[in-house]
Ligand binder design. Sequence first.
Ligand code: UD1
Length: 417
Amino acid sequence: MAKITVNGGKKLNGVIKLHGAKNSVLPILAATVLISGISVIHNCPRLSDVDAAVKILEHLGAVVVREGDTVTIDCGNLTNYSIPDELMREMRSSIVFLGAIASRMGKASLSSPGGCELGPRPIDLHLNALNELGLKIEEEHGILKCDCGEGMIGTDIHLSFPSVGATENIILAGVTAKGVTVLHGAAREPEISDLADFLNGAGANIQGAGSDNIIIYGTSVLRSAEHTVIPDRIEAATYLAAAAVTGGKITLLGAIPAHLTPVMSVLKTAGCELSVKQNQISLIAPVRLKRVPVIRTMPHPGFPTDAGSPLMAMLSVADGSSMFVENIFENRFRIVDELKRFGAKIYTNGRVAVIEGVKKLSGAAVECTDLRGGAALIIAALASSGVTEISKIHHLDRGYEKLTENLSFLGATVERC
Ligand code: UD1
């Protein structure tokens, strides 16, 4: 099994370019199912989750060609409306294919995604909304058998929580529905706007994406489209935290600063100097990071849950105690036990974690529990004296392209073996 070793204590200095956002490209790949022409997607990151999405597309009958960071998808002749269980398990967020497959094929069959490393991952909001759009859903032996007969029919939908995936599924189902779909209580994440931009470029008429009310005017045919995926704000948050924890200086190219406002605000409170230009963010770390009294994870535009673990690792060496309140996923704190192996002092109670900053961490043998938890281990390892060995790094491959290459380039002693 592959591992990453880090010999910590080196300052990270330099300039790197961000990759395309994982959480944008996955629903966009699902959206290509709606398009009978050719979709050309630029800035597509090389990630195992993207590989899983491509496998699903190919299983459905799409022809997919990848060249560099461009992926070209021809969904002209889809032959399948089911996703086998092993592909569903490879990527929990594959549920976002449901709205698109059912809309295009009139039917869909896939297994329920079940639980994941962040705790139970219910899909009730997805299923209820799709049902309101006319999708009949029956569950047989863990398989969801879905049928929308003559097609989806636009309606008013109210989400009780702004679920990112449910918002995406509703958009995907509403785009080619008959009539108008009005979604109240939508998720406002930048990745939702990116999905809508892609679909509007293909001839869809989606208005209000990025706000909590989205109006989708159904269109019968979508045409070929070309799109460039937005930069990954969580990758950005991870590298900013990594530079901050080592007392370094970093510039991220290709960033959209407005997507990172809550993360930059926490980094400033921790004593980092941040400057932004149109498409770049620079950070200069203080000699010692300061405590951040409270960070509450919230749906966008609040502090993103995915940046929680990396910043928790960063604050484990801050001067004083910080507190995290995790409001989105119940199992985010599984990584805490691994962080404690470095000598971090973190105490959890339910959704609350208190981080008592220590002066130094020391390298340890640790294992990733989930994608962003893995990023937290990298950050703790960079701040530690001595060698850290990180295992179960397949979690990191889901969301970070060229992680060890980038860190080496910035001056870290890190190796994948
Ligand atoms: C997406 C992101 C993930 C991020 C999360 C929150 C992708 C591929 N993943 O995940 O990285 O951490 O948004 O920003 O974009 N919920 C329900 N019922 C549902 C759907 C969700 O109870 O039908 C709950 C979930 O259990 C969770 C919360 O709502 O507690 C947020 O989930 P959601 O916004 O749907 O996250 P994902 O789309 O799964």
